[in-house]
Design a protein around this ligand. Structure first.
Ligand code: NAP
Length: 249
């Protein structure tokens, strides 16, 4: 088996400074891809991810952008091609939560979550599809959530954004499949990252509802993303791959 099946490929991973994005950047680099490590405010953490990749003989750059800013989001694709020469794989991973019961969600908390979790992903997809369509090669992998499949009380904004991301995935897959581009989503359940540690005690009861009775690791989500980027996954598109310990079964 080829240990570096993504040799020659360039990947952009948003939110790669921490959590699932960090593990994904490392997994894609381990498979041979050059990686643009996207970050928002954690520049030092992103530098560390890029350094780890370079220390293992890979190629990486860090790209900072506030994904609440739509122009900055779209600009990430051009910056990736400028720095690394091409773009073959996009992982729209950056995400935020602003949890509250729907009656208490402010306009700002609705708008921010929709902007970062869905609006930025769309703009990045739109920008990345231009070069991908030309080269007739591309993999887009959107990190959704179980909350976008079954809905989650206290997360109307986040559930709507993630359900929207799944809809975007399915529509794009039909638009660009004839050009050899696949578009898939990964829907994690409860994964051990900063995002879930913010849940505190609520997390224990959440885990009790998971058939596998534990949190997933960022590396377990990254393994699914890596698989969808591989040549072996070329006939998989429009799919939502659950990495959730059975939560949505
Ligand atoms: P995390 O540990 O909180 O990390 C979030 C990442 O997104 C960070 O790298 C952060 O970058 C970046 N980010 C946030 N806001 C940004 C902004 N405005 N501009 C640019 N980057 C921004 O999250 P995670 O748990 O790894 O989650 C990653 C993805 O998986 C998210 O889309 C999340 O919704 C999804 N997900 C997570 C879980 C879970 O249980 N953890 C479950 C389902 C789905 P900086 O720190 O550099 O700002």
């Amino acid at each position: 088996m080829n240990p570096r099946p993504l040799d020659g490929k360039v990947a952009l991973v948003t939110g790669a400074s921490r959590g699932i994005g960090r593990a994904t950047a490392l997994a894609l680099a381990d498979a041979g891809a050059s990686v643009a490590v996207g970050f928002g405010s954690s520049a030092a953490a992103a530098d560390e991810v890029a350094a780890l990749i370079r220390d293992s003989g890979g190629k990486a750059v860090t790209l900072g952008a506030d994904l609440a800013d739509m122009t900055a989001a779209a600009g990430l694709v051009e910056r990736t091609t400028t720095e690394l020469g091409a773009i073959h794989i996009v992982v729209n991973n950056a995400g935020i939560t602003r949890d509250n019961l729907a009656v208490r969600i402010s306009d700002a908390d609705w708008d921010d979550v929709l902007a970062v979790d869905l609006g930025a992903a769309f703009r990045i997809c739109r920008a990345a599809l231009r070069p991908m369509l030309r080269q007739r090669d591309g993999r887009i992998i959107n990190i959704a959530s179980v909350a976008g499949v079954v809905g989650n009380p206290g997360q109307a904004n986040y559930s709507a954004a993630k359900a929207g991301l799944i809809g975007l995935t399915k529509a794009l897959c039909r638009e660009v499949g004839s050009r050899g581009i696949t578009v898939n989503a990964v829907a994690p359940g409860f994964i051990a990252t900063d995002m879930t540690s913010a849940l505190g005690d609520v997390l224990d009861s959440a885990v009790a509802a998971v058939p596998l009775r534990r949190l997933g690791s960022p590396e377990e989500v990254a393994a699914a993303v890596r698989f969808l980027a591989l040549p072996e996954a070329a006939y998989i598109t429009g799919h939502v791959l659950h990495v959730d310990g059975g939560l949505a079964a």
